[in-house]
Design a binder for this molecule. Sequence first.
Ligand SMILES: [Zn+2]
Length: 84
Amino acid sequence: MNISRDQAKVIRDLLVSTQSQELNCNELLDKIGEYVEVEKSGETLSLELEMVKQHLSLCRECEEEYQALVTALGHFVGEDLGED
Ligand SMILES: [Zn+2]
């Protein structure tokens, strides 16, 4: 296994940040618009937005807010037709 210095730093920052300042739901909702925009643009998520993503995977309420926002923005129109 060969992890570059940058990757190691990102991983360390991620560990530190998730331990010391996990996002709460209010903080997440402040950033969720930015998260959707970056995701939509296809740009790389910042560390902060990675935390948003992680929170969404753990928090059903915020995930629902996220889905509602995505729907409102038409982000997945033509992509997610709800088949399943
Ligand atoms: Zn939440």
